[in-house]
Design a protein around this ligand. Sequence first.
Ligand code: GDP
Ligand code: GDP
Length: 438
Amino acid sequence: MKPVIALVGRPNVGKSTLFNRMTKSRDAIVADFAGLTRDRHYGDGKLGGRDYIVIDTGGFEPDASSGIVREMAKQTRQAVAEADAIVFVVDVRAGLSAQDHDIARYLRTTGKPVVLAANKAEGMQEGPQIAEFYELGLGAPVPVSAAHGQGVRSLVEAALELLPPLPDDEDATEADARVIRLAVAGRPNVGKSTLINTWLGEERLVAFDLPGTTRDAIRVPLEHNGQVFEIIDTAGLRRKGRVFEAIEKFSVVKTLQAIAQAHVVVLLLDATQGVSDQDAHIAGYVLDSGRAVVMAVNKWDAVDDYQRQMLERSIAQRLAFLRFAPIVHISALRRQGLGPLWKAIAQAHESAFKKMTTPVLTRLIHEAVEHQAPKRSGMFRPKLRYAHQGGMNPPVVVVHGNSLEHVTDAYKRYLEGRIRDHFKLVGTPLRVEMRSSR
Ligand code: GDP
Ligand code: GDP
C-alpha cells in the first residue's frame, strides 16, 4: 500500500510549491466538496522505485477558533490523521515564529514521524538561519528550496526512511495471476457500498479477510462463474452482520491506494447526477494509473429516457479520455446489469494482460505502414522496423526503427487503433512507444 506524506505548515511557507515538486504535477484528486478554495490536495509521487501519496494542506494555525482558519485547521488535522509521515515546512527567510512552535507542539502530540523542511534555503549554507529551527525539537532541519528544486530528493528520502518497511505479502498476491483484483471507485453516494453488498449477497464468498486495523486495506475474495475476484475496499468498509458498511463516506487516500493495487477499476457514475468535476478528477486519476477500467453507470433504474440521453452525452464529452472503457448500465439496488458488468470486467482484465508476440506485432506494424505510411518530416521519413511488447496492465508496445522521433501523435493513435482491433483490446489503455536505434 502506498505510504502517505502530509505537508503541514503556516500559510506561504511554500507547501504548494513543494507539493508540485514532489508529485508528477497532476493534482490527482482535489477534495473539492468542502466548498473551500483551498483545502486538501492529493498527488502521487515516486522516488527510487517507491511510490507515495502526498497531501498538501492549507495554512495551519492550531489554535484557530473560528471561520475559515478553523476549517483549514480541521482539514490539516484530517490530513495528519491520514498520513504515515509528516513533512513540517518552515520558512527560513521569515525565521522561526510562535506559530511554528505551536504547530511543532501539536505534531508531537500526534506521535507521527516528522521531518522538518527548512524551505527557501537557496543560496544559504547550513547557517544560523537554518540552525535556529533545531529549537523546535524535531531533529535536524533539512534545507530545501522548493522553488529551485534543491534538496527535495533528500527530503523525500528522509520522509520515506521514517516509514515502516513494506510488507512483503503484496508480491505474494501479485503472483496469483488467477485472481482479478477489483477496485470500485467513485465519489460519495454513487452506490459503491450498495454494489459491493449486492455482489457479496449474490456471489460465493471465498473467505473473509478482516484485518484488525482500519489502516489495512480490506480485500474481500468472492467467486463468480468459477473466477475468483478480490474486491479492494475504497471506503473503509466494516462488516456489520451480513453486510458491509462504509465507515468513512469517502476517502481520497483509500481510493488512490485501492486503484494502485487493482487490476481493474470499476468507475462508478450516478445516472441521476450526470458527470461532475469530482467524477472527472477520479476518472483522470484512473487514467494516469494505467489500470484497466470499466465504467458502470449506476441507478439506471431511476432515470428516464431524456436523462439517459443527456448522460450519454456528458460521458462522451467529459470523459472522452476514457473512450477505451466499456460502459455498462446497472442498478446495484435492483440487481440489474450485473451479468454484463462481470463480463466487461473479465474482458478488461484479459485485455490488460494480453500477450502480444514480436512476430505478430511486427507483422501488424508492417501492414499498418503498407496501408498508410508515416509522413515524411523534412529530410526524415520514419522507418518502422519491428515491435515488441514492453509491458502489461497496461499493455505497452515498443516500436523500433529509425527517425521515429518524427512519428506524429496522430500516427501513433492510428497504430494504437490497429493494434487494439487486432487483439480486441477493450477496457485497457494501450501505450505505443517509439524507440529509434539512432
Ligand atoms: P503555501 O501557502 O505554504 O502553499 O506556499 P506557496 O507554495 O504558495 O508559496 C508561497 C510563496 O513562497 C510563493 O510566492 C512562492 O513562490 C514562494 N516560495 C516557495 N518556495 C520557495 C523557495 O524555495 N524559495 C523562495 N525564495 N521562495 C519560495
Ligand atoms: P457510496 O457512498 O458510493 O457507497 O453510495 P451508497 O451505496 O451508500 O449509495 C448511496 C445512495 O444511493 C443510497 O441511498 C442507495 O440506496 C442509493 N442507490 C445505490 N444504488 C442504487 C441504484 O442502483 N438505484 C437507485 N435508485 N438508488 C441506488
